[in-house]
Design a protein around this ligand. Structure first.
Ligand code: ADP
Ligand code: MG
Length: 332
């Protein structure tokens, strides 16, 4: 890691939650079925993400920590319709430049064959050491911002930081029902989500993450038109104010905050009957990856649709119809 890494680190590493997000996304990209997240002191002292994915080969371990080292795109052409979550090769380098990082990985089924590399701030230890580990990867990040006091000053209380981690966890867990996820803080297991993609497994996960009240008062929808599919849950307006921030929108499994999307949902909500109400929702939009550009911002919460109008209209009309049907006759 060099100076440029510390500058770039500001873009992706703002707080423990951003570290968790990047590490779990890497685990997901590696094809993991189970991912365990463990934290101490809101993640300021320790963040560990352990996965059972494909692992990193011995000769690539050091490389994985250097800037712009990504195994996920071979050429610029690949950027179009990129399926993996990470593709810039910045996260690990950025994180390691502002923490004490240990990376252990094994690509073999034999747990004897793990290797370990450590980095502290700008310094990476030149040598790997053998470290037994089941197939997969563990990344441990200690003392985030230990060498950048200015950045450390921006961290809030451990409780607040952990709150942000939980929010990141919710988004990740809602984005991939097929992956088992565990969240531990101060040796306590807060979430243990089993993988499962059938309707009841999905609902169990939503309830575990957002409280059982969420589904009691939500409408399930699943609509498809012209190669686009919209499915998920929309809350009906008896939801309390406390739930006002429960808004989750995913485009091809990636969490997205987008003006056009927000506008379409608000319009549909307002139009039907929920005037003045804040919509709550968990919605999944699936469409041909080649008509969405996800490479807009390093944290990748933004997207650009090739045909925004069409997407907007599809969202609006799908929600409008679903909400309209849910409204009891005579109610206004
Ligand atoms: P990016 O995800 O953008 O490629 P990262 O800095 O996040 O960049 O990771 C760099 C590279 O390290 C990845 O491209 C991948 O090859 C490897 N890597 C990181 N984390 C894991 C993991 N948990 N399992 C397997 N490979 C990983
Ligand atoms: Mg990554």
């Amino acid at each position: 890691p060099r100076l440029s890494n510390q500058i770039a680190a500001g873009e992706v590493v703002e707080r423990p939650a951003s570290v968790v997000k990047e590490l779990v996304e890497n685990a997901i990209d590696a094809g993991s079925e189970r991912v365990e997240i463990e934290l101490e002191n809101g993640g300021t002292r320790l963040i560990r993400v352990r996965d059972d994915g494909g692992g990193i080969a011995e000769e690539e371990l050091g490389l994985a920590l250097s800037r712009h080292a990504t195994s996920k795109i071979a050429s610029l052409d690949d950027l179009e319709g990129v399926g993996s979550l990470g593709f810039r090769g910045e996260a690990l380098a950025s994180i390691s430049s502002v923490s004490r990082l240990e990376l252990i990985s094994n690509i073999h089924d034999d747990p004897q064959w793990g290797w370990r590399v450590v980095a502290e701030g700008r310094e990476m230890e030149p040598r790997l050491s053998p470290a037994p580990h089941p197939r997969g990867t563990s990344v441990t990040v200690r003392d985030l911002f230990f060498n950048t006091p200015a950045r450390r000053k921006f961290l809030r209380t451990e409780k607040t930081e952990f709150g942000h981690v939980e929010e990141a966890f919710r988004r990740l867990a809602l984005s991939r029902f097929d992956i088992g996820l565990t969240l531990r803080h101060q040796q306590k297991t807060l979430h243990q989500l089993r993988p499962g993609v059938d309707a009841s497994a999905r609902e169990r996960r939503v309830s575990a993450l957002l409280g059982s009240k969420f589904l009691d008062n939500a409408l399930h929808l699943d609509m498809e038109t012209g190669g686009m599919r919209l499915w998920g849950w929309v809350g009906l307006p008896t939801h309390s104010r406390a739930q006002a921030d429960q808004q989750y929108f995913f485009v091809n499994r990636r969490v997205v905050r987008d003006r056009l999307v927000a506008h379409a949902i608000r319009q549909a909500y307002r139009d039907v009957l929920f005037h003045g109400r804040h919509p709550v929702f968990i919605l999944y939009l699936e469409l041909d990856p080649s008509v969405v550009d996800v490479n807009v911002h390093p944290t990748k919460h933004e997207v650009r649709f090739r045909d925004g109008r069409m997407v907007h209209d599809f969202l609006f009309s799908s929600l409008h119809r679903a909400l309209g049907e849910a409204r009891p006759a005579g109610d206004s």
